[in-house]
Design a binder for this molecule. Structure first.
Ligand SMILES: N[C@@H](CCC(=O)N[C@@H](CS)C(=O)NCC(=O)O)C(=O)O
Length: 281
């Protein structure tokens, strides 16, 4: 049992003290969801093996009453297994499978492109002793291009990303959380991407009136405002230029995917559309 209800978390932080890693963000939420307090061991990208006594090169890592657990998904599974009487993070195995699929989709769709827009802040906001390592490792990750060259044209790339998030908006029009009526580990995995984003976004990434805002704000506010570190930047306020695409669907039509069939009344409007008739005629 976690001593004094506390779990030690090895953080990966920027110079402001804000967490940068989405994996660490998801773990912070997992620990809070389970009702534990956190003893945060601060630090940045370099010196992870030294900080952790050689236990790991990557973060997050937790220590629970002397027991080390590495890897964000394994930590969530450990917490559920060790503390089954506390609120469940994952529960049914399908939550993990579908959650990992969604997360892969979000990383490919958004985090990859956002990295090419915010890589300079990612480096510039990191701890001074991390600058050289972040520059070299991330430039290598991007095929040897200079960070200053990678971000060129970001004003044109940024507006292309919000329209790709409609899948999430559609789901959140119907449900409060990906966990249904309350958040679960899938919410934390997806929120972690936006928490990462807020830690590096020197210009807003999403439109002011994005329907995702409600879920993101509620998520950042959870657990006493766990996601509201003063070092984070505003996510909303991306201006729309003349030739930019619509950032999101303003008038979503109900269809067989998102509307439950409870008899002809419930499908009348759709049927009218399919027949080319005015609804209610
Ligand atoms: N599968 C691991 C991935 C952890 C990971 O890659 N963490 C990154 C931070 S986002 C890290 O520690 N990076 C250190 C580095 O870049 O040297 C998990 O889910 O915990």
């Amino acid at each position: 049992m976690a001593k004094d209800n506390r779990i030690t978390l090895y953080d990966l932080q920027l110079a402001s003290g804000a967490t940068i890693s989405p994996f660490v963000w998801a773990t912070k939420y997992a620990i809070a969801h389970k009702g534990f307090e956190m003893d945060v061991v601060p630090g940045g990208f370099t010196g992870i093996p030294e900080r952790t006594g050689g236990k790991t090169e990557r973060l997050p890592a937790i220590v629970d009453d002397g027991q080390w657990v590495l890897d964000s998904w394994l930590i969530a599974e450990y917490l559920d297994e060790k503390y089954p009487d506390r609120p469940t993070l994952i529960g049914d195995p399908s939550v993990k499978v579908c959650g990992q699929m969604l997360e892969q989709w979000l990383w490919q769709t958004a985090i990859g492109p956002w990295m090419t827009c915010y890589l300079k802040q990612y480096r510039d906001r990191s701890l001074p002793q991390d600058h050289d390592y972040v520059t070299e490792s991330r430039e290598r990750m991007f095929g040897g291009q200079r960070i200053e060259d990678i971000i060129v044209g970001r004003e044109d790339r940024l507006p292309q990303i919000p329209p790709k998030l409609e899948l999430m908006r559609n789901t959140l029009r119907e449900y409060q959380w990906f966990g249904g009526e309350s958040p679960n580990y899938v919410d934390y995995r997806l929120l972690a991407v936006f928490l990462f984003l807020a830690s590096v976004a020197d210009i807003p990434a999403l439109p002011e009136d994005d329907p995702l805002r409600d879920w993101i704000d509620r998520g950042f506010d959870l657990y006493g405002g766990l996601g509201r570190h003063p070092g984070m930047s505003p996510l909303f306020g991306l201006p729309r230029r003349e030739n930019d695409p619509e950032p999101f669907v303003r008038d979503p039509q109900a269809n067989g995917l998102n509307k439950r069939n409870t008899g002809p009344q419930s499908t009348a409007a759709e049927t009218a559309r399919l027949k080319g008739e005015a609804a209610g005629a």
